[in-house]
Design a protein around this ligand. Structure first.
Ligand code: DHB
Ligand code: FE
Length: 285
């Protein structure tokens, strides 16, 4: 059967994608940030997944105010990087896994979560920047990716609790797929940042790091944090962090054995554009 064996968490700042694409990763501003992902790129090579289930948010690229799915699963054979205004990023197209994605859609909907099924979609920095951070600049991404878009842009957005429960449903869905596949689940977006209004530029290191602690050690309590706390403490775009709870809910310790996972890597860095960058890798023991 297919199994989820690891989860990866990372911010998705668009300027990181530009720094990679324009060859600026060794500049003094960016070097400390990319240094934090050196371990991760090696870890990806040493622990290659067969499929990545990539939870991210679209930024009015594939969806707009015309159509706002709360949870959307990409079931297409491929997903093209979008033009977000400066031309599409020069990164490989994303190859999907239609069969596993359709299976997960079927199972998760039967577990009472309403997913939107998306058979054609372009993907923006929310998806491509995490891939670049973890995989560098390959000719092709190392494996198929199932994009899973969460609305964290236009209220009402889903609660942390719902995201955490959805992660548990995704784990069950993956485990009911017949083929032996090693699946990694990624939660992306965050950490603290606010891009508009009087508090634009807000960063909250203390809160971010306490939240990371709790995500690791007491994710059920982390899932109970209400939206208002994210917005107050981590800024309006800090609410992207609820997506990390989907990946966290899909890990083995939540399904039973509390000692079954290990923190392989943890990194936190400020500044990156307007955003604090957080990154974690959790893996089955
Ligand atoms: C920035 C961060 C984001 O998460 C985003 O989607 C767009 C911009 C920023 O830091 O500028
Ligand atoms: Fe964003």
């Amino acid at each position: 059967m297919a199994r989820i064996t690891a989860s990866v968490y990372t911010s998705h700042v668009p300027a990181i994608g530009a720094a990679i694409d324009l060859g600026k990763t060794h500049e003094p501003y960016w070097q400390p940030l990319f240094q934090g992902y050196e371990y991760s790129k090696q870890w990806m090579k040493d622990n290659p997944p067969d499929v990545i289930f990539l939870v991210y948010n679209d930024h009015a690229t594939a969806f707009s105010l015309d159509m706002i799915p709360t949870f959307a699963i990409g079931t297409a054979a491929e997903f093209i990087p979008a033009d977000e205004g400066f031309g599409p990023r020069p990164v490989p197209k994303v190859i999907g896994h239609p069969d596993l994605a359709s299976h997960i859609a079927h199972s998760v909907i039967q577990q009472d979560f309403d997913l939107t099924i998306v058979n054609r979609m372009e993907v923006d920095h929310g998806l491509t920047v995490p891939l670049s951070l973890m995989c560098g600049q390959p000719e092709a991404w190392p494996c198929p990716v199932i994009p899973f878009a969460v609305n964290v842009v236009q209220y009402p957005v889903p609660s942390g609790q719902r995201c955490f429960s959805l992660g548990q449903a995704i784990r069950k869905a993956v485990e009911s797929y017949d083929e032996d596949l090693n699946v990694h689940i990624w939660g992306t977006g965050g950490m603290s940042h606010q891009l508009q209004g009087a508090r634009a530029g807000l960063i909250n290191r203390e809160w971010d790091n306490a939240w990371l602690d709790q995500l690791i050690t007491d994710p059920a309590a982390c899932a109970r944090i209400p939206h208002i706390d994210y917005v107050r403490e981590a800024g309006s775009e800090g609410v992207e962090l609820v997506m990390w709870l989907i990946a966290r809910g899909a890990m083995q310790d939540i399904a039973g054995d509390p000692c079954s996972i290990r923190v392989k890597h943890r990194f936190y860095h400020v500044p990156a554009s307007n955003t604090a960058v957080g990154h974690l890798i959790l893996q089955d023991v």
